[in-house]
Design a protein around this ligand. Structure first.
Ligand SMILES: [Zn+2]
Length: 268
């Protein structure tokens, strides 16, 4: 059993379930979300609205427009020693907590793009993420191929997750990332803006961690292409990612690249 799974207290069944989790990138079959996980449905109806309860005492951060940046942002300034580690928020909560703990131990603050159905199943993770000084955003309600959807369905995917974030944290989150694609279509960009997100968050470094290639390959995939300003795509729910975090953060520190939130990356 891998160290991360031991650390997270997860056995083989958890690993198998995590392996079913779909990645963000293009080219992944839609079928792997078609088999519901065992146990109760992971997407209960929203139910009666709970009062807004900001996760932090301060007013929760709202999406910002960054002057000079395109609607779709793939990286930050190339002339400063900062990078953003961004996580697809889904999968086994123990692995998410382990990844957050590893980030914090290494002095990193990260950006989590949460799937709405994951927040429905694990609402406490929204507070855990914000309380760790990390950033929280929207990665659609169900993580389907949003670029292939019609306008009404795609908009509902964005607003469904936004409503959950608002209810849990008081904010719709600072970023939107489309599901199952690196880039949003012009329609999806327009719908994200309509839902309140001035920008769509893409990335320029793909760790390919969701293919479970082993921690060493995850580290190679990132360190082989990362440079100042990079936005790295990573995923909660995979043991390789957790195992990769400590050596990856050490290597970034050696290169004088500080892992900051996406807002910090883009703030002059
Ligand atoms: Zn994703």
């Amino acid at each position: 059993m891998r160290a991360a799974l031991r650390a997270a207290g997860i056995g083989g069944a958890g690993a198998a379930a995590a392996a079913l989790t779909a990645g963000c990138g293009p080219g992944r079959p839609a079928a792997d979300l078609s088999s519901p996980p065992p146990g109760p449905p992971s997407s209960p109806p929203p139910g009666p609205a709970r009062p807004a309860r900001p996760a932090q005492a301060a007013a929760p951060a709202a999406p910002r427009r960054f002057a000079g940046q395109p609607v779709e942002i793939g990286h930050g300034p190339r002339d400063r020693g900062r990078v953003a580690l961004t996580f697809h928020g889904n999968g086994e909560p123990a692995l998410a907590r382990a990844a957050l703990a590893a980030a914090e131990k290494g002095g990193a603050r990260v950006t989590v793009l949460a799937i709405g159905s994951w927040l429905d199943a694990h609402p406490d993770l929204a507070r855990r993420i914000l309380d760790g000084g990390h950033e929280l955003g929207n990665h659609t309600q169900r993580h389907l191929a949003i670029n292939d959807m019609g306008e009404a369905e795609a908009y509902a995917e964005i607003t469904g997750c936004a409503q959950r974030l608002k209810r849990l944290t008081g904010s719709i989150g600072t970023w939107f990332r489309p599901s199952r694609t690196q880039y949003a279509t012009p329609l999806v960009q327009k719908l994200a803006q309509r839902a309140g997100y001035p920008h769509v968050l893409s990335y320029d470094v793909d760790s390919l961690d969701f293919t479970s290639p082993g921690a060493a390959a995850v580290i190679r995939n990132v360190t082989g292409t990362i440079r100042p300003g990079s936005v790295v795509s990573l995923h909660f729910g995979y043991a390789d990612t957790v195992d990769a975090m400590p050596p990856l953060l050490e290597e970034l520190a050696r290169r004088k690249l500080r892992a900051v939130t996406t807002t910090e990356l883009l703030t002059p």
